[in-house]
Design a protein around this ligand. Sequence first.
Ligand SMILES: *Cc1c(COP(=O)(O)O)cnc(C)c1O
Length: 428
Amino acid sequence: MTRNEELFARAQITIPGGVNSPVRAFRSVGGCPRFFTRGEGANVWDADGKRYLDYVGSWGPLILGHADPDVVLAVQETAAKGLSFGAPTEGEIELAELLVERVPSMEMVRLVSSGTEATMSAIRLARGFTGRDAFIKFEGCYHGHGDSLLVKAGSGLLTFGNPSSGGVPADLAQHTLVLDYNDAAQLHEAFATHGDKIAAVIVEPVAGNMNLIAPKPEFLQAMRDLCTKHGAVLIFDEVMTGFRVGPGSAQGLYGITPDLSTFGKIVGGGMPLGAFGGRRDIMHKIAPLGPVYQAGTLSGNPLSVVAGLVTLNKIATPGFYEALTAKTRGFVSGLSAAAQARGITFSAQSVGGMFGIYFAATPPTSFAEVMQSDKDAFNGFFHAMLDAGVYLAPSAFEAGFVSAVHSDADIAATIAAADAIFATMAKG
Ligand SMILES: *Cc1c(COP(=O)(O)O)cnc(C)c1O
């Protein structure tokens, strides 16, 4: 048994599935999850001492790579002065001011401890603000594990949804309408039918939880126009895309102004932190100003706040996103070219520092299309890359991430590793 296998066997005795978040269990790709002992820059090391180039980055937060020295130092210095107060600190104001300054739609911000809390709270706020219960989400988008959000499409196009998880009351799912991503016509139809009942539309402005799906510009524009027309709140869930696809996040990149936005991942610099915010009149409905309750013992935790502040300041340097975007684009075009030369059915695309790879002829534009990609081919590729020392997300249905510290040599080595695997796949 390897050390990873020993740890996994032991973990499963006391932790359900051996993991504290399901996708870590490698169920989709099979095999034994790697237990990590250390990360530095673009690299991670597992319990057997094997090194991997990491394209997961803790599922997105680590835009500066692992153990960035400035982030680590700031956390250490802050920790020495107290871990939590349950009272306001100046750092929270600085982080709120920074989010308001960088993101076009943000007028006020509330800090929480995870992306899930941010989206759950944004939905409650939108319902409280509009006095309506129903909202629209899109198939394949993930917005954390709040009850109302764990919902799949109902039996008909415009019928309300069914729970996609045990433990979610059907009564709650009944308020969630699940539509197809990138389908503006469906949105028009849904608002025509249910317009006066809809509190909000929540969307990943670039979908990253069903692999990567890029938005059609008319899709985002349609939801903006329809929300305005019908008095619904447009929520951009930027937990993944926030500061990942550009300095103003996805809303800056696509020039759409949502009413509320949610953040997580990068804004916490690798520590637990989320945020939601937006229009001042809507944010005024939150307690203690308004009737919509929301709270958190560890909200605005000083360690999370300082990790986020240092991260957001380090990525504000001129040219940061141009470089990250070019590097990520170079990576996916290198992979595509290698696959094409070997005759493998494969495609790839990127937005800023996030990317999707698909064993499909062209990048998918919806959940249904993603599901048609060749999952077995991905799983074989995933394990061969893992053996070659490249850590990709352990599922065909997740986006990947490039950090600022992945070097040109790292990228070239990854493409070379992929090329060797494509060559084997072509033969086999
Ligand atoms: C990761 C993610 C969440 C959930 O954030 P957690 O911190 O895991 O609770 C919500 N929405 C999107 C788009 C995400 O990518």
